[in-house]
Write a protein that binds this ligand. Structure first.
Ligand SMILES: Cc1cc2nc3c(=O)[nH]c(=O)nc-3n(C[C@H](O)[C@H](O)[C@H](O)COP(=O)(O)OP(=O)(O)OC[C@H]3O[C@@H](n4cnc5c(N)ncnc54)[C@H](O)[C@@H]3O)c2cc1C
Length: 397
């Protein structure tokens, strides 16, 4: 049996290991002391864990593989009630639960968001501002609904949404939001999404190396050398299941395609804070607060209650706030746990290399790639999809 190293024990790495275990002798290297990557939790009460990263899965149609693996592993998925409230400088501009907000009163905006936007999925040259300029959407609808919603779900700063090619925003909106069903069709795994990671790991025959940070990878004529500091091991094939910029920094002599594609995907830093005091959060809703009226100075904080929104069995509510690293909105004394994530994001740069990502594995010389960054929305399902696609390539290689 050929020896395969998988670098990175997030959902992409563990699902790939599960899928190729019959064909390869798998060793999984993970730099942290746990598996799951972004799918991680913090203990806030005796034995009760609350997610710090991955929280929800949109509908079954969109998260087909994630939810069918959950079924296969006997995990119960529950619907999450997640009305969205968008506030701009503390004034509520859009509320999905009641259908109020001026966006809903303008039928032209509603018609465009449901139908007209589909014609822009190929508009690589245009941006959201041109929709406003050509009166296809009102300024308020773009600035108070479409842009914050996209910034929240694509994990990018508010201002970046206006720099993205319209094709990226329109493509994401058409896939996930039409016709506004998104807000009522989220689900989550009862008791926490980390159980999906455990489901893969418990069913996989492999060697797991925790606390093992890979420091470099180099190709030889007939093998690939993986180094962790002084230690080194040879493998027939190596898969990077980590962020693209990290993979590039570990590669000895990257190919032109690797340097171009892996180096072309931008990243953003997000902080997840668990706290007890509600922070500008409307009851049980997921609340997105935009601060500042100028786009350049606008920052976002998204807050929700884990007991109200996700049914966590907590004595007292624990809120999660997602925010930018330099805009920590919570009093230090109120912080129960905090974690910083660096994630690939959709930007104009990222969009410009997106159509070349598939070339990486097609041109492979012993080194392969998978991860949620293979698809534009960077969701859990994207990570699992990339593992499924790579498992098929590896079986044929
Ligand atoms: C705050 C937040 C909330 C999110 N919420 C959702 C959500 O609700 N629903 C959803 O679908 N998606 C959500 N996402 C996106 C989701 O987290 C990702 O799509 C997915 O988890 C990424 O999985 P991955 O395996 O590709 O990468 P990662 O989870 O990043 O895993 C990579 C792993 O590689 C390890 N690693 C890195 N470098 C090395 C090295 N040199 N050697 C060894 N190991 C290394 C890391 O420690 C990590 O464990 C969220 C992301 C964030 C940050």
């Amino acid at each position: 049996m050929q020896k395969l190293a998988i670098i990175g024990g997030g959902i992409s790495g563990v699902s790939l290991a599960y899928l190729v275990q019959q064909q390869f002798e798998v060793t999984l290297f993970e730099s942290e002391d746990y598996l799951g990557g972004n799918n991680c939790s913090a203990e806030v009460e005796d034995g009760q864990k609350v997610p710090m990263g991955v929280i929800i899965y949109p509908s079954r149609g969109l998260f087909e593989h994630t939810l069918s693996f959950a079924d296969e592993f006997g995990l119960e998925c529950k619907p999450a009630q997640l009305p969205h409230v968008f506030c701009n400088s503390r004034e509520v501009r859009f509320r999905s639960s009641s259908g109020s907000g001026h966006v809903w009163r303008d039928m032209k905006d509603v018609a465009y968001l449901n139908f007209g936007i589909k014609s822009h999925v190929d508009s690589h040259e245009q941006t959201l501002d041109e929709l406003i300029a050509h009166s296809m959407l009102s300024k308020e609808c773009v600035e108070d609904l479409l842009a914050p919603f996209a910034a929240l779900y694509l994990s990018v700063p508010y201002a970046s949404i206006f720099e993205l090619p319209l094709s990226t925003v329109a493509g994401w909106w058409c896939k996930y939001c039409i016709p506004f069903h998104l807000m009522s069709s989220f689900s989550y795994i009862d008791g926490g999404n980390h159980q999906l990671v455990d489901g893969f790991v418990d069913r996989t025959r492999m060697t797991v190396r925790l606390n093992s940070k890979v420091t470099s990878v180099s190709r030889d004529t007939d093998s690939v050398l993986v180094r962790m500091g002084e230690e080194q091991q040879r493998f027939d094939k190596v898969v990077f299941a980590i962020r693209p910029d990290e993979a590039l920094s570990l590669l000895d002599r990257p190919t032109k395609t690797e340097a171009h594609v892996l180096g072309g995907i931008d990243t953003n830093t997000l902080v997840s804070t668990l706290h007890r005091q509600p922070y500008d959060c409307e009851g049980g809703d997921i609340t997105l607060n935009l601060y500042g009226n100028e786009r350049e100075s606008t920052h976002m904080v998204t807050t929700w209650g884990n007991r109200n929104c996700f049914g966590f069995d907590l004595q007292d509510e624990v809120y999660t706030s997602l925010h930018q690293a330099d805009k920590a909105p919570i009093d230090d004394s109120d912080i129960l746990a905090q974690r910083t994530f660096k994630v690939p994001v959709q930007t104009a740069n990222t969009a410009s290399v997106a159509d070349q990502i598939d070339r990486l594995n097609a041109e492979s010389d012993g080194v392969y790639y998978c991860g949620s960054w293979f698809c534009p929305s960077f969701y859990h399902e994207d990570g699992i999809n990339s593992a499924i696609a790579l498992s098929e390539t590896l079986r044929g290689a």
